[in-house]
Design a binder for this molecule. Structure first.
Ligand code: NAD
Length: 434
């Protein structure tokens, strides 16, 4: 199969590369010329474990190439994937579909022969209908079908997730399109991946339902953590105690500073808008959004409490800035709430993140960035663990204690055992544990 992947970001680059690795011939297109130039030089525009080797191998194999113009790739393609961003529209929380619509307009005139237009971007219900309308209007003769194929990969484990997904969802009413999609994903038959064929609108909604449910699950355990603190219980054990119940499951039950990232915040908001507009409000999701926003804003207060109510003139060492480990993605990361709040309260912030500092430097003013965790900790009045990168899980606590002005640690990811840290003489606080 020949594939044109329009949009070479976190999703497009990983999906395109994995399709090439399946044996298809893929062109990844992006209008960001700098990104394409770097990719042609073998330089990854994002941090994703294993991606550089997989890209290199498939470029060498002649199955993967990069372009700034879509024309040639689209003309030859059996399937054109739309994998551009769908950020929150400023002001109302709707998904901004301007990039998706622009791609539809761009490819409409380029279609030659039966072509499947696949929406991989996360798009609200009815977007497939609109893409179809745009293409039909611009090119009434075009032979095409518009398919929804939402992506469920997680940044940081994206390649594994793409190649071994729990399921693939394909929304289309068109039999020819179904055949093309079956062929594209045929290599997954080996591991018996379920492919769920469904209607296009249903498929579009499945993506939002999945993300909203996961966001709700995280928010549930976060509120449970607050209750644990209030009544003297341990949220880790509550999570384990309920997670062992197969009806509940143990994933996404890690209490923390509130969810962030490129998907949950914008997708929950967009679902709330869709539901409200459809006259069928989703109050659980509305509450999730509100509770999570409030939680992220409340984290600075936890630092303040641990420092006896005084942040002015204090120096805080922040370990981790990205919204989760193994990515450089800073979109809606909890650090974007915490750092400005600390600085507004008069604190100085020294930070280290293994992959996120370049992006963070564009987004956070007034932070001293350091080359490693120990450098960041030196001379600080407290250390705050904000992202659970592996390298923060086994810090030399005696060394940290020596470097700090005073041994104070706030562990917002519960990666240490309170008794271990306290035994070393730290004043220690975490989430949902006495
Ligand atoms: N990041 C994730 O973990 C994830 C997971 C599942 C689904 N999604 C969804 O996938 C979509 C893409 O997300 P992302 O994180 O990859 O975004 P991204 O911002 O990393 O990448 C989007 C890319 O599209 C390019 N682009 C925009 N308009 C273009 C055009 N007309 N022609 C060519 N290129 C164009 C941009 O330059 C950018 O490189 C979103 O809808 C998102 O919700 C993301």
């Amino acid at each position: 199969m020949r594939v044109a992947m329009i949009g070479t970001g976190y999703v497009g680059l990983v999906s395109g590369t994995c399709f090439a690795d399946f044996g298809h011939v893929v062109t990844c297109v992006d209008k960001d010329a700098g990104k394409i130039a770097r990719l042609r030089d073998g330089i990854m525009p994002i941090y994703e474990p294993g991606l550089d080797d997989l890209v290199a191998a498939n470029v060498r194999g002649g199955r993967l190439s990069f372009a700034t113009e879509s024309a040639e790739a689209v003309r030859q393609a059996d399937a054109v994937f739309i994998a551009v961003g769908t950020p929150s529209r400023r002001g109302d929380g709707h998904a901004d579909l301007s990039y998706v619509h622009a791609v539809a307009e761009e490819v409409a005139g380029l279609i030659e022969g039966f072509t499947v237009i696949v929406t991989k971007s996360t798009v609200p219900v009815g977007t497939g209908d609109e893409i179809e309308r745009i293409i039909r209007q611009a090119n009434p003769q075009a032979e095409f079908a518009v398919v929804s194929n939402p992506e469920f990969l997680r940044e940081g484990a994206a390649i594994e997730d793409f190649k071994r997904p729990d399921r693939v969802v394909v929304g289309t009413e068109d039999e020819r399109a179904r055949q093309v999609m079956r062929e594209l994903y045929r290599p997954l038959n080996l591991n018996e991946t379920p492919i769920l064929f469904t209607g296009r609108r249903t498929s579009e909604l499945i993506k939002y339902a999945a993300n909203a449910f996961l966001a709700l699950k995280i928010t549930f355990i976060n509120e449970m953590a607050d209750l644990c603190e209030a009544v003297g219980a341990d949220v880790q054990e509550v999570a384990r105690g309920i997670g062992l119940d197969k009806r509940i499951g143990s994933k996404f039950l890690h209490a923390g500073p509130g969810y962030g990232g490129s998907c949950f915040p914008k997708d929950t908001l967009a679902l709330v808008r869709t539901a409200t507009d459809a006259g069928s409000p989703m109050r659980l999701v509305e509450a999730t959004v509100e509770v999570n926003d409030t939680r992220k804003k409340a984290m600075a207060g936890r630092v303040e409490r641990l420092l006896d109510g005084e942040l002015t003139g204090r120096t805080i060492a922040l370990l981790g800035l990205t919204f989760k480990p193994n990515t450089d993605d800073m979109r809606d990361a909890p650090s974007l709430d915490l750092v400005p709040a600390l600085i507004a309260a008069g604190a100085r912030v020294q930070a280290f993140d293994p992959e996120g500092m370049k992006e963070a430097a564009h987004l956070l003013d007034g932070v001293d960035f350091h080359d490693g965790p120990y450098e960041a900790v030196a001379g600080a009045d407290a250390v705050v663990i904000l992202t659970e990168w592996d390298q923060f899980r086994a810090l030399d606590l005696d060394r940290v204690k020596l470097l700090l002005n005073q041994p104070v640690m706030l562990d917002l990811r519960n990666i240490y055992r309170p008794e271990d840290v306290r035994a070393r003489g730290f004043r220690y606080a975490s989430i949902g544990r006495a």
